[in-house]
Design a protein around this ligand. Structure first.
Ligand code: NAD
Ligand code: UD1
Length: 336
């Protein structure tokens, strides 16, 4: 298939481009590079030895999308492009609602205009809110506590209504749990701007000595060791989940969790990282982070049964690959 990948230069998008190209699909990327770099496109080509068509455009720009849809015969779209920092979304709600919602609507309009009926959307486990684990796709969603989360719940709703009105569309809503790690070759990975907010990129910066110690946000949660529990999934397993979704497109709206189904606490992740890489990660326990929940992990039965999609890479691989990317592509501190 010819797949339009919005946000294809970003963290999850770039790994998915690799998986798509390796599965024999053709990839067209649309990205405005607001949180990524053009060189990532070259790295995807280098890894796969395949070509990619790249448009540096904003996907809220209807005219720019017209050019892409009229230049290329598109079979389906995977919509990753969006702003994703929870804290920033509280500071800049308008930017988040505008970017994340308008992009979804303008892309849907372009799909309708050009007869593209396959739409895969990047949603998030954040739509479940503070529910009972494991999260099953059918549980009643809880209100999210920040604009970012709202944009995911609203985009899901918009696409669901569009699919209802257009029964020949296949809309797939993929709810990601916590993607971590990097492609095994170390060329592409997660490179957040500034100090990372998320756990794994923070750990790799501490391991490298760029940050002094990890602050563990609370050890009084009702979990195995008191620290927060999450479902970490290797980004290549997540990427391959998109290929599986494309292989199983059917009319209607289909929602899938993409996780491993395994809960891992902050302390367990720190220990796994230390063991996988034989390196120490100093930490201290501090106050809970506002808005955090105790535990979040997936019931993965639906994706495993309907998409035959099961995460293959374990926690040690996630830790090893995250560290390899940090060392090899983001530069060693002792070489600076
Ligand atoms: P990312 O920031 O690395 O990638 C997003 C890409 O979209 C970037 O390359 C950015 O330049 C581009 N972009 C943003 N707005 C755009 C616009 N208007 N036009 C064109 N390009 C635009 O983020 P990611 O981690 O790869 O996340 C991809 C998607 O998955 C996002 O929608 C995010 O909300 C969702 N998601 C991410 C996580 C996570 O933990 N990383 C979890 C759940 C859901
Ligand atoms: C993040 C996103 C959420 C998204 C989810 C799934 C935030 C605030 N939330 O949530 O919207 O749906 O990923 O991809 O970004 N932790 C520390 N110290 C740190 C950083 C994190 O102890 O320096 C802890 C957190 O308290 C949490 C766990 O590590 O228990 C994971 O945190 P993080 O990586 O930020 O992801 P989530 O909070 O799960």
């Amino acid at each position: 298939m010819n797949i339009l990948v919005t946000g294809g230069a970003g963290y999850i998008g770039s790994h998915t481009c690799v998986a798509l190209l390796e599965a024999g699909h053709t990839v067209i990327v649309a990205d405005n590079l607001c949180n990524s770099k053009a060189e990532t496109i070259d790295k995807i080509k280098q890894i796969t030895n395949k070509e990619i068509t790249f448009y540096q455009i904003d996907v809220t720009n209807e005219k720019a999308l017209d050019t892409i849809f009229s230049d290329n015969l598109i079979d389906g779209i995977i919509h990753f492009a969006g702003l994703k920092a929870v804290g920033e979304s509280v500071e800049k709600p308008l930017e988040y609602y505008y970017n994340n919602l308008v992009s979804t609507m303008v892309l849907s309009k372009a799909c309708r205009k050009y007869g593209v009926k396959n739409f895969v959307f990047s949603s998030s486990a954040t739509v479940y809110g503070d529910n009972t684990v494991p999260f099953v796709e059918t549980i009643k969603l809880m209100p999210t506590t920040n604009p970012y989360g709202e944009t995911k719940a609203m985009s899901e709703r918009i696409l669901t209504d569009i699919a209802k009105a257009n029964p020949d569309w296949a809309v797939v809503l993929l709810r990601y749990f916590n993607p971590v790690g990097a492609h095994e070759c170390g060329l592409i990975g997660e490179a957040p701007n500034g100090t990372p907010n998320n756990l794994m990129p923070y750990i790799t910066k501490v391991a490298k000595g760029e940050l002094k110690k990890l602050r563990i946000f609370g050890n009084d949660y009702p979990t195995v060791d008191g620290t927060g529990v999450r479902d970490y999934i290797h980004v290549m397993d997540l990427a391959e989940g998109h290929v599986a979704a494309l292989n199983n497109l059917t009319e209607g709206v289909h929602i899938y969790n993409l996780g491993t189904g395994q809960g891992t606490s902050v302390l367990q992740l720190v220990k796994a990282f230390e063991e996988a890489n034989a390196i120490e990660v100093p930490y201290e326990v501090v106050e809970r982070r506002p808005g955090d929940i105790a535990a979040c992990y997936a019931d993965t039965s639906k994706a495993s049964i309907e998409l035959q999609c099961v995460a293959k890479r374990d926690l040690l691989a996630m830790c090893r690959d995250a560290w390899r990317f940090e060392k090899e592509s983001l530069g060693r501190k002792d070489e600076n």
